[in-house]
Design a protein around this ligand. Structure first.
Ligand code: UD1
Ligand code: CA
Length: 473
């Protein structure tokens, strides 16, 4: 008969040891939730069904599930054994399928380990993944019989001092035949230190028929579980290392991979150069030969080939080929720099398109604006885009020259090749090629400084001054 593969992912626990309101499996590492990482590895072995056991903050967890994952509600979290028996209620009782079980708090597991686990099952009562830990604390210890076969797993809280010395631990990945598993689960009790139904308690029951539970050995770095914040950081470091290595193999240069943070899902072209402190998140894409960093945060942004970005923050921004950003620029959502455009030092932009070769080099705010190709926006220029009620557009024509410290009171249109005088407050449209100046005439009063000094001396109280050859008159 055809025997299918059903994957069961346990994700109902609260994760008390995280000391966080967020359900444990929704904590993120390198751009995805712990559960997402686990599900991606499960999906890669193409099971017939994927059942995800949810409980604590079930709605929040279910909202993150891909459509091919079937949520199973475990209303009360009575232990990993109870979680699996809840999931099995979704399968026909006579099912001859293989059940692959994994825990949603192990984001480093790869599909290869799942394959090895399932492959070990034929003819056996079960397969359990184990690994050796120098410091096994927190894990269930694997107790073996005199003949070397698996006897049972003892949880840390139930273990004697001698049992705690065992360094072989249960990873939390198993394969069992569905029908015997269901039968075994119906007989386990919660008579232990935590008052929970422990999944590993099925091992000895499954072996009563005579066949054995065998183990598959994993590398500790594959199966690290996340129970605490420091383990989350450790797992994140591992994931980042993997991601960075993959990009290095693809021709990306990183000065210091330990200080380069690339989320899963980010796309980099060959020849990209990353200095330390670069954080690339979400759907960020970086083109060939772009140089980023030191210190760039880019979320859901695209950075074109040959662009140069340093000490800057980009959120949903598009930086064109050979464009320049920073140091110290903030490109907020809707910012587009076309090819060779520049957003320089201490420049903030939002919802603004800067045309090809146009430059906004220093100390400026461009919001809800269009800057035409080759235009130059002087230092200190600001689009006054908000009247306290609504946002308005500013349009700067091609080749325009906006003098330093121009206030562009939107809505306003500056024509092509138009010029604004430094310090002007521009409230009306400027026709193409014109100069617009808005400021008082400069007055000059000759000899003013000397008269000012005299006035000051006349007012100052007379004080005896000690005579000295150097003293001024
Ligand atoms: C579990 C194992 C332990 C193993 C370790 C590996 C048991 C009893 N112990 O311990 O032998 O060494 O994992 O990391 O299985 N969950 C539910 N419903 C529940 C309880 C838990 O879905 O009622 C889920 C949790 O969300 C979590 C996973 O099962 O994803 C494991 O639970 P956790 O409490 O972390 O088990 P450990 O104490 O780590
Ligand atoms: Ca755990």
């Amino acid at each position: 008969p055809y025997m299918g593969l059903i994957a069961v992912v346990l994700a109902a626990g609260q994760g008390t040891r995280m000391k966080s309101d967020l359900p444990k499996v929704l904590h993120r590492a390198a751009g995805r939730s712990l559960l997402d990482w686990a599900l991606a590895a499960v999906a890669a072995i193409r099971p017939d069904r994927v059942l995800v056991v949810v409980g604590h903050e079930a709605e929040k967890v279910v909202a993150t599930l891909p459509d091919w994952a079937e949520p199973v509600l475990q209303a009360d979290q009575l232990g990993t054994g109870h979680a699996v028996s809840t999931a099995l209620l979704r399968m026909p009782p006579e099912s001859e399928d293989t059940v692959l079980i994994t825990y949603g708090d192990m984001p480093l597991v790869g599909s290869r380990l799942f394959e090895r686990t399932v492959a070990g099952l034929p003819g056996k009562a079960g397969v359990m993944v184990t690994f050796a830990m120098d410091n096994p604390s927190g894990y269930g210890r694997v107790l073996r019989r005199a003949d070397g076969g698996v006897a049972r797993v003892v949880e840390e809280k139930d273990a004697s001092a001698a049992e705690r010395l065992v360094s072989e631990v249960n990873a939390g990945v198993y394969a069992f035949p569905a029908r015997p598993l269901r039968a075994a689960l119906s007989t386990i009790a919660a008579a232990n230190a935590q008052g929970e139904y422990y999944l590993p308690d099925v091992l000895s029951i499954l072996m009563e028929g005579g066949s054995q539970v065998v183990t598959v050995e994993a590398d500790p770095t594959e199966v690290l579980g996340v129970n605490s914040q420091d383990q989350l950081a450790e797992v994140e470091a591992q994931l980042r290392r993997r991601i960075n290595q993959r990009w290095q193999e693809a021709g990306v240069w990183m000065q210091d991979p330990d200080r380069t943070y690339i989320d899963d899902g980010v796309e980099l072209a060959a020849g990209v150069r990353l200095y330390p402190g670069v954080h690339l998140e979400g759907d960020t894409v970086v083109g060939e030969g772009a140089v980023l960093g030191p210190d760039v945060f880019a979320l859901d942004s695209s950075i074109g080939p040959g662009a140069r970005v340093w000490y800057s923050v980009l959120r949903s921004a598009r930086v064109g080929p050979e464009a320049e950003v920073g140091p110290y620029a903030s490109l907020r959502p809707g910012t587009v720099l076309e090819a060779r455009a520049k957003a320089g030092t201490f420049v903030e932009m939002k919802n603004t398109v800067v045309g090809e070769g146009a430059k906004v080099p220093h100390l400026a705010y461009m919001g809800d604006a269009t800057v035409g190709a080759r235009a130059n926006v002087g230092a200190g220029t600001i689009t006054c885009n908000y009247d306290g009620y609504e946002k308005h557009q500013t349009v700067i024509g091609e080749d325009a020259f906006i003098g330093s410290d121009t206030m562009l009171v939107a809505p306003v249109v500056i024509g092509e090749k138009a010029v604004t005088g430094a310090g002007s407050v521009i409230t009306r449209d400027v026709e193409p090629g014109a100069l617009a100046v808005e400021r008082a005439e400069q007055a000059q009063i000759s000899g003013y400084a000397a008269r000012r000094e005299q006035r000051h001396r006349a007012r100052a109280p007379k004080e005896p001054v000690e005579e000295s050859p150097e003293a001024p008159d």
